[in-house]
Write a protein that binds this ligand. Sequence first.
Ligand code: FAD
Length: 689
Amino acid sequence: AQVDTLDIVVLVLLLLGSVAYFTKGTYWGVPKDPYATSALNGSAAKKGSRNILEKMDESGKNCVIFYGSQTGTAEDYASRLAKEGSARFGLKTMTADLEDYDYENLDQVPEDKIVFFVMATYGEGEPTDNAVEFWEFMNQDPPSFSENSEEKPLGNLKYVAFGLGNNTYEHYNSMVRNLDKILTKLGGKRIGTAGEGDDGAGTMEEDFLGWKEPMWAALAQEMGLEEREAVYEPVFSVEEREDLDPETDTVYLGEPNKNHLENSQKGPYNAHNPFIAPVAESKELFTVKDRNCLHCEIDVSGSGISYTTGDHIAVWPTNAGMEVDRLIKTFGLEEKRHRVISMKGIDPTAKVPFPTPTTYDAAIRYHMEICAPVSRQFLGTLSAFAPNEEAKKEMAKLGSDADYFKDKISSQMLNVSQAVSAVHPDPWSAVPFSCLVEGLNKLQPRYYSISSSSLVQPEKISITAVVESVRIPGAGHVVKGVTTNYLLALKQKQNGDPDPSPHGLTYAITGPRNKYDGIHVPVHVRHSNFKLPSNPSKPIIMVGPGTGVAPFRGFVAERAAQAAKGDDVGQTVLFYGCRRQAEDWLYKSEWDEYKKVLGDKLTIYNAFSREGPNKVYVQHLLKQNGKSINELLQQKANFYVCGDAAHMAREVNDVLGQIIASERGVDEKKAEQVVKSMRSSGVYQEDVW
Ligand code: FAD
């Protein structure tokens, strides 16, 4: 038979495809590490080191702590376990990002080594982005381990497991629960209990602290470890660079990676590499003075960033100047804030969480989560560096007494600087900078449900964000959300608002070396499964009070555009709620415009909770309209919920069960089953936080 050019092309493509598949991307060279070449200390991202056992042997480790982390908390817990294992028990520990290794040789882990898994559950019981491949591997039946084909291939594996979850989600902590089941089934031996931290109940930190003590005791017994008095040992060396000044062009002043430093940002843009995007427009959506809700249009044209309606955009924030100053003052860094420092992991497996050389100021301003609630364990660690004996004692008490800590620190929502200076107002200059870098999380980008339609505006992404501002009764201070107040400051500046520093907060708005000047903000897009049906004629029901309406603005705009070009658009029903129509009704006038195009295809039910004698919420309106909701569901409508996970989303779930029970004449159990199967088949979709 003749082989023509097309056949050859197809064959070559198939061959390339297979190479790509079997090498898992090793050869197409997208750097896994954010600031490759310049600041990479661990060599995990180097080619050929995806073998964890080899890596452990090379670096003399007997304990690896893998993390599946989305927002940085699991990663932080992994680092803390690594430090503690080393300081208290002399374990040779390392942390490892799940996406940096392969797992075929998990069956070869020798008995004298221990493997920890710190696993966050994301969304609907899903793995975090960095755990996806690991999870696929473990869910093969059975996983394809390299050598051991016995029934219990993990017979030698000793492991420790902790999960981070949120009980307001249906699949609470499903990652750690399922992983534990799989590992046990394959013969692995768990040490201690499989811990579960609950963000929903606000007890994550205490759950973690409570779980780890008995776990350490069990591990010490299992491995014959002797506990010793933990002495602080820095993870990173910090070298002050006399040879460099902040103007030197190799010094990072907040640039997220090397390309940005060299003024040549390039894609792909992702969680390691933001795009510095112009803010095309920003405005206030509320009409009241004491609360703010922002609408921002982010211009991604020319970046190669694409999105589809329902995706999320992440904003990389900058800390408020006041908080940067507070931390610098608290830890006695005022004199040296602009000195250039280089940091390295003292152990080769430790990765510095930001690129260096940099300055103290830039590291704190752009890379460290300095405003978050301080952890009890960290206060205990800091006690060693207290300015006097009394402060030391107080810190040790705060670190060890959960009730005392709650009373003095967490009930007041103090961040690290506030907590430490409340114990003693003088500068805590003895605290090593490494200790702060270890003890505080890496500053995380925050996600927003995109409120525009990609069909209508593919190159402009809109955000609808309520500005976080929590007044603590009796504490005399207001906790200000990091990202939303930064966005508010950008908006004020862009619009030339009379109060350029809202609530007394100022920001380095023009960014490192003025690279964000002209109102730019670093962003990336995360694709989600929260999607309109591909067939526009399918009916949809959307429940989105408050900023939960964000993605539905995109959905409705998309359907209006489809209707305008003559598509047959199905029933589009929105349940929206806010306090008062004159105050916080988001996009009030836009809905009328969509209505003009969609006509009776669009129905909006509004719950104004503070207008009548009784509070009315979307759940109530759903119930009142149970009959038509059930009819739409029977016409194959998709059902969407967005917004508050803690209360609203859960109640909507229950109300839907009640509607199904009463409309279809089935008992509650059966109705619950129906709702569950709607969820698993993708008919019921949630985008909640
Ligand atoms: P943060 O600084 O992160 O603070 C948030 C909260 O943490 C504070 O309000 C306070 O309760 C607590 N906190 C902070 N500091 C302390 C302290 N020292 N002590 C105790 N508690 C403290 N939000 C929207 O407005 N619109 C959206 O469309 C939207 N979509 C989202 C989609 C997804 C998938 C997710 C995960 C979240 C979404 N969010 C959305 C929430 C958003 O990501 C942010 O969490 C929110 O804007 C707050 O960010 P922030 O940096 O301003 O506040």
